[in-house]
Design a protein around this ligand. Sequence first.
Ligand SMILES: *Cc1c(COP(=O)(O)O)cnc(C)c1O
Length: 360
Amino acid sequence: MAKSWNAESLAMPSVARLSPYQPGRLSEAGMIMLASNENPRGPSPAALEAAKQAATTLHRYPDGGASALRALLAEQLSVSEDQLTFGNGSNDVLDLLACVFLGPGRSAVFSEHAFAVYPIATQSAGGNAKVVAAKEYGHDLSAMAAASEDRAVSLMFVANPNNPTGHWLAAEDIEALLESVPSRVIVVVDEAYFEYAENQAAYGSALPLLARYPNLVVTRSFSKFHGLAALRLGYAVSHPQVANLLNRVRHPFNVNAIAQAAGVASLQDVGYLQACVAENADQRERLATRLAALGYVTMPSAANFLCVHMGDAAAANDWLLSQRIAVRPVANYGLPEWLRITIGTPEENEALLLALEHWQ
Ligand SMILES: *Cc1c(COP(=O)(O)O)cnc(C)c1O
């Protein structure tokens, strides 16, 4: 092979500039896993049972239209079925949006310290990332609206609540954003954690705004609250015309049969999910209070994690790993002094606090 041959030089420049997504530590026996914002209680038992049932027909292609899941979710969300697009995780939906609305010469606006998948989705579609400086670690919505006046901008990602900071926005803030952003810009509000935020004062889902803003897309996930991260299931709610476009680039069987079956059962197990959300809210408050008592500053969070100021976060991460606790360093999010810690079960949170009491 010629020595001078270099694949990177052949790649789309926007792809060559990317770094791969850095996942949280893989789950391992005996390790307390607070690294990837998963539901520490796992999925609903009914979802597990449905997954087992679905595994009896693995030789059959899945329902490419996810019709049972679509009908149930449309009913629960009070939207029409043609407003829903399902993805192999909500990351898949973000990719579909980038594929439809971005390309060379077009840009996506998103915030500093926002979810690491936005630059990947943007640049892999050949688009340009227009990163807007954060305001006190949160989204600066007026600066984001101003950035979208550039005619090259066709897409905007807003995470609410945001990962990794936990910051959240009120419905009025999103409405004001949609009022000031030109309607040629598709505004994606990523609500991967909305279930955890609903009990938070001043949090508002963008879903009720869909009827008035055709350029709004709301994305959601089954990976966090529903405890189904391994199955990869997410969705977008949008104007039917947007859903129609997403459906043109969607791989026909992008959502597997086990995910569809487990998703339906999980959505129906409302009691289980309510208990998970209540425990998270309770533990989030307790953990923040106890961390403050230990002298740690935490960012306010409406999600199932806390961003905690550690100073030497890399050393703190090593210490926690030595104590068999995995959390998430967020230096790659521009937060080198912070760790993102998922809210675990009460026992897991106690173990974390105990480990931190013995740190420095
Ligand atoms: C975890 C997460 C997602 C969900 O990704 P999936 O592909 O559904 O697992 C989306 N957005 C944000 C901000 C997240 O933190």
